[in-house]
Structure formats: C-alpha cells, structure tokens
Design a protein around this ligand. Structure first.
Ligand code: NAD
Length: 342
C-alpha cells in the first residue's frame, strides 16, 4: 500500500521555546513535512527554515497564501496565538498553538467558536497531558484499579513573576489544565494569594470538582527557571499515586504488592515508573519526558484523522476560565463558581 502523503506543516514563530523544544521533534514524527517557517524577525525564520529544509517567511498571511499548508503551529505571545489561530481557522486549517491560547477568556472562546464554524479543530500546548509519567498514571486512574477518585493535589514552583495573573497565564496554566485532566471539570474555587515585597507570588486554591471531590493547587514563583518543581498526589478509593516532575510516577496499590513469599512479610506495595531523561534539556531527553514530542505527534495524527484531538481549544477556554475564577476569588475573598465566569 502506498504511504499516505505527509502532512505539510507551516510553523509561525521561531523564538526561544520553539527553537529549543518544538522544532527538534519534527524530524522524529512520522509523516510530517515542515514546509514553511515564519517569524517577524527574518533572520530567525531563515535560520530555522535552513536547519529543517523549509521556506522562510516574515508574514503569516503571505506564508498561508503561498503554501496552503495542511496544518499550522504557532508559538509566540498570547496575542500572536489568537491572531494567527483566527487566520488559520478561518481558512479551515487545523492549528496547534502554544499556551496561553489567547490574552483573555473571551478571545479563547472566539478561537473555539471559529474552529467550530470552520469545521476544523485546534489544540493548545498543554504538553503535560503527553508527558509519559502523567499518561501512565492517568491510564491507571481510568483502569478501574484505582477506584473512585478521592482527592487531587498539585504543587508547582516556577521562576519569578511580578504579578499573579502572568504567573497563572504562563506557568500556572499547566497545573491548572492538569487538575482537569486528572479530576474532571471544576465547579468552584476558593483561593488565597500572597505577593511578597521581593515579588514572589504564591497562591493556594481549594477546588471542588463537579463530582464533589475536593482538590488543591499550590503554586508559587519562588524558584528559578532551572529548578522548577512539580508534584502531583492523587488519592483513590483503592490506590494512591504520586508524580514527581515529569520523571517518575509511583502507584501505591494493594493490587501491586509483591508476591507473598513464605517467611517474608512484604511491607512495600508500590509500583514505580521512571522516565529516563531529565525535566530540562533536549539533549537529556526532556523533549520526550516533558511531553513536547507527544503533543506535536498527536497533533499530526489528529490532522490525519487517526486520533481525536485532545488538549483542545475548549480545554484552553476552561483553563482561562479557571484562571479568571482564581483571580476573582482572591480579589473578592470568597468562593467563586466557575459557572459565574462567562
Ligand atoms: N510549554 C512550555 O514548556 C513553554 C516553555 C517556554 C515558553 N512557552 C511559551 O512559548 C511562547 C513563546 O515563548 P518564547 O520564549 O519562545 O518567546 P520568543 O519571543 O523567544 O519567541 C516568539 C517569536 O515569535 C515571533 N513572532 C511574534 N509575533 C509574530 C507574528 N505575528 N508572526 C510571526 N512571528 C511572530 C517573534 O519575533 C519571536 O521570534 C510563549 O507563549 C510561552 O508561554 C512554553
């Protein structure tokens, strides 16, 4: 049987993150051809286009007109994600955009509506959903062996941010999406925040999921960019799970006990899953461990129609709604229902 035609992909943005963590995945993904690279800074577009055998552009509309690609990725600032994605979706072309999907909840909703109108789809760069340590844990949760979910805790320490909103928009949005990934829809939040005189932001958010189950986010910007910290604890009726960074998942489950050996009392009953590679760099496998390979590979397969898109524009809307709800709760010093954030 003839190989299907490769997906012809155009990419907007050739800055720091995309150059370090996104473009290097493309040669490893089967069935995708990078045909165009666009950046307002022509030298950036030319450098990346040369490295991957694509055509450079410094204007997105000109690239779309010239190449008519099958799919588009965009990695810049939130207003760029919104502007590029609107153009792409209006042409009926699927789009993948980095997080945050847009500057505001309203603009994130515009993207979801544009995709719906055009009969196509968009994905948002919530790469934690593709980090193998999270994927195997979620698989266990959904397997029936975990029992019903009892509670969820996510801790996240990032590099510095001067204000709460940018911390939530640019970094907090990852654990904010992850609470929905693990716990389902959130019904209400009650958040407490503090900003220190030297600019460290911290916020603790109590959550009530639609299932009635409680959860908690504990986020701060007191770390450095090379020492970000992530920890997830999930309690179920039959098991518990912890995930440290994107490196290691551990399931504590009576069903996972070692075999009974006469004369030996096995006190340990955890199953560990380690991912090789560190959180940080491409060279150390961080592109795979952290989910960058997985998110782009999934996008390409969704464009082919092989899988349903996940981490969709609708998920982007819900993440932005949660951010607005957390800020409304901090400012109003009260519980906020997500249904009141429109
Ligand atoms: N998921 C993650 O782990 C992660 C990590 C770091 C950054 N990010 C995200 O990546 C995004 C980019 O961050 P960065 O540090 O690479 O920024 P950057 O400024 O280095 O890169 C953005 C690039 O986009 C280009 N650009 C802007 N508007 C454009 C337009 N209209 N058309 C074409 N090119 C345009 C800029 O010239 C620049 O080269 C941010 O939204 C950030 O949230 C994600």
């Amino acid at each position: 049987m003839a190989e299907p035609k490769p997906v012809r992909l155009a990419f907007v943005g050739a800055g720091n993150h995309s150059t370090a963590a996104l473009y290097p995945n493309l040669p490893l993904i089967p069935g995708v051809e990078l045909v165009g690279v666009c950046d307002l800074q022509a030298d950036r577009a030319e450098r990346v286009a040369r490295a991957y055998g694509a055509k450079p552009f410094s204007n997105c509309a000109a690239m779309l007109d010239a190449l008519n690609p099958d799919a588009v990725c965009a990695c810049g600032m939130p207003d760029m994600h919104h502007g590029v994605a609107m153009q792409v979706l209006e042409r009926g072309i699927p789009v993948w955009i980095e997080k945050p999907p847009a500057p505001t909840l309203h603009q994130a909703k515009e993207l979801a509506a544009a995709a719906h109108r055009a009969g196509t789809f968009g994905m948002v760069g919530f790469m934690k959903r593709f980090a193998p340590a999270n994927v195997v844990t979620k698989e266990y949760l959904d397997s029936g062996r975990f029992g019903a979910l009892a509670s969820v805790l996510l801790i996240h320490g990032s590099g510095p941010y001067g204000h709460l909103r940018p911390m939530l928009m640019f970094n907090g949005i990852h654990p904010i999406d992850s609470v929905r990934y693990f716990g389902g829809e959130v019904e209400a939040v009650h958040a407490f925040a503090h900003a220190s005189t030297d600019g460290v932001q911290s916020v603790v958010v109590n959550l009530r999921f639609a299932s009635g189950v409680p959860g908690q986010l504990n986020l701060n910007s007191g770390g450095t960019w090379s020492d970000c910290y992530e920890y997830t604890y999930l309690a179920g009726h039959q098991a518990q799970a912890t995930i440290v960074g994107c490196r290691e998942a551990e399931i504590m489950s009576p069903a996972g006990r070692f075999a009974q050996v006469p004369g030996i009392m096995p006190f340990g009953w955890s199953n560990r899953y380690y991912v090789s590679g560190t959180m940080s760099h491409w060279e150390a496998g961080g592109h795979y461990t952290r989910g960058y390979f997985g998110e782009l590979d999934h996008f390409v397969r969704a464009v082919r129609g092989e899988v349903q898109p996940v981490a969709t524009l609708a998920d982007g809307v819900e993440a932005m709604r949660l951010i607005d709800a957390i800020i409304a709760s901090v400012e109003g010093r009260r519980e906020v229902l997500l249904s009141d954030i429109v």
